[in-house]
Ligand binder design. Structure first.
Ligand SMILES: O=C[C@H](O)COP(=O)(O)O
Length: 231
């Protein structure tokens, strides 16, 4: 059976995403990975990458940066080249998140360069059509997220299931292999269950986990629901 993907974007919620909270979230994710075997991806803020990488060291949990800049290392003050992320030990990078958009030419540059550096790419898109446009570039994963539902707690899989099914449809026409994720408003196990039932392989979640009273319970519930959905 193909493993479902639980990708957790910490964003920059304060204090939830920082310091001891980020470390604890990473340890909770390791527990969920051990107990369920789902593919868990964590995307902490840049400032927490090192501690989260240490927290998951020796496990199957992957750590992604939330963004990278389309630059070569050098005189680029404040920019983040992929080489720096590689050096830190990240497994992958999120590109073109709705809150940090990139031009399509820059996504192309970063996807190709990341592949050369053995860094996985999770490219976000706001519509099924944009999802297909970025899938053509050959990333490892595409997440389609309607921006109006992000952070609302209203799940795209329930409120706009046609966005999910259309995404699978148009993305599969141009790329047979890319992993397709559902994102925006995913909050419960049921939201994640519906996302896989609609044809995607996992979910990209932020507030529903990061701001939860018990992030471990929510991650576990989502992981188990997706396993059930794919069985
Ligand atoms: O990267 C995560 C997405 O933007 C979804 O955010 P959300 O789960 O808070 O709606």
């Amino acid at each position: 059976m193909v493993k479902p993907v639980l990708a957790v974007n910490f964003k920059a919620y304060y204090p939830h995403s920082f310091g001891e909270n980020a470390y604890r979230l990473a340890k909770d994710a390791v527990r969920v990975w051990r107990e369920t075997g789902v593919e868990v991806i964590l995307a902490p803020p840049f400032t927490e990458l090192k501690s989260v990488i240490e927290a998951v060291n020796g496990t199957g949990v992957k750590v992604f940066a939330q963004h990278a800049d389309p630059v070569e290392p050098g005189a680029v003050t404040g920019f983040i080249p992929l080489e720096g992320l590689k050096n830190l030990g990240v497994h992958g990078v999120i590109l073109n998140h709705s809150e940090h958009r990139l031009k399509i030419s820059d996504i192309n540059y970063l996807v190709k360069k990341a592949r050369k550096l053995s860094i996985e790419t999770l490219v976000c898109a706001d519509t099924p059509e944009t999802g297909a446009a970025v899938a053509v570039l050959g990333p490892d994963m595409v997440a389609v997220e309607p921006p109006e539902l992000i952070g609302t707690g209203v799940s795209v899989s329930k409120a706009k299931p046609e966005v999910v099914t259309n995404s699978v449809d148009v993305i599969r026409r141009v790329n047979k292999d890319v992993a397709i994720l559902t994102g925006a408003g995913i909050t419960t196990g049921e939201d994640a269950y519906i996302a896989v039932k609609l044809g995607t392989i996992g979910v990209l979640v932020a507030s529903g986990i990061v701001k939860a009273k018990d992030p471990y319970q929510v991650m576990k519930e989502m992981a188990e629901a997706m396993l059930k959905g794919l069985a």
